[in-house]
Design a binder for this molecule. Structure first.
Ligand SMILES: NC(=O)c1ccc[n+]([C@@H]2O[C@H](COP(=O)([O-])OP(=O)(O)OC[C@H]3O[C@@H](n4cnc5c(N)ncnc54)[C@H](OP(=O)(O)O)[C@@H]3O)[C@@H](O)[C@H]2O)c1
Length: 239
């Protein structure tokens, strides 16, 4: 990952921070985004200590177009290129349909879908003009592929990320932008702290598994690209 620049939204979260640490050890430069500047500053310092030549922390609310545009402008002003974008900002509010509020739906669509949309829309013009193109990772998770009780609004936001990503890939057929969808089963991250559902966290995947998946996809030589990676705990295979 030497000489490569990776921008991560939701960088302070379980998946985003695990990927940042992993790619820092492999020598990537990093742009770390999330809403909480202090967490991002601490992570940036840790990543630089672990081998990243430069890690910048940019407080960003991915639901706000102006802030997403400012994030990519800052990345472009700091680095010569943006090679990889990982859209890991997201949240889950898991309740049966009878208990989901309009606000629950709006928040999940705003962060999970619109945030991913805005980030991709900002990344594509930059990546498509780079000689080496670019690689965008979106994370529908397994609930972008299968339904689950209590997940009507969450699944709606994640199935939408799948449609968004696959259609964008067709729009950009000759633009040298690669896409990988990560269909991950439950990972033991802070995602579950406020999701409203009790789960057996000790039986879940670790966030490092997501980092392994990203590292694997980035190691596939161009023009190859793993478009979809599915990883479940072995107790949930093919579910
Ligand atoms: N954990 C799982 O089991 C699992 C499984 C499959 C898929 N996923 C998906 O993977 C992604 C990452 O999940 P995770 O487990 O890493 O969750 P997490 O630990 O809760 O992290 C979520 C991250 O999103 C950021 N965020 C939330 N709202 C934001 C906003 N409006 N603007 C910018 N950043 C925002 C949070 O930082 P701030 O609060 O500081 O902004 C945090 O860094 C999500 O899309 C999730 O749906 C998770």
């Amino acid at each position: 990952m030497q000489d490569r620049v990776v921008l991560i939204t939701g960088a302070s979260g379980g998946i985003g921070s695990a990927v940042a640490r992993r790619l820092a050890r492999e020598g990537a430069s990093l742009v770390l985004a999330g809403r909480t500047q202090q967490k991002l500053d601490e992570l940036a310092a840790e990543c630089e200590g672990a081998g990243s030549p430069k890690a910048v922390a940019v407080a960003t609310d991915v639901t706000l177009k102006a802030q997403v545009e400012a994030l990519f402008a800052r990345a472009s002003a700091t680095f010569a290129q943006i090679d990889v974008v990982l859209n890991a900002a997201g949240l889950g509010i898991l309740k049966a349909i009878q208990h989901l509020s309009e606000e629950d739906l709006d928040r999940q669509l705003a962060v999970n879908l619109k945030g991913t949309f805005l980030s991709c829309q900002a990344a594509v013009p930059i990546m498509s003009q780079q000689p080496a193109g670019g690689h965008i990772f979106n994370i529908p998770g397994i609930l972008g592929q299968y339904p689950m009780a209590t997940a009507a609004a969450y699944c709606a936001s994640k199935y939408a990320v799948v449609g968004l990503t696959k259609s964008m890939a067709l729009d950009l057929k000759r633009a040298n932008v690669r896409f990988t969808l990560l269909y991950l089963g439950g990972l033991n991250t802070p995602f579950w702290d406020n999701a409203g559902m009790r789960v057996q966290r000790d039986k879940m995947l670790s966030a490092e598994t997501a980092a392994d998946a990203v590292a694997f996809a980035l190691a596939v030589p161009a023009p190859g690209v793993p478009n979809e990676i599915v990883i479940q705990p072995d107790s949930h295979q093919f579910l």
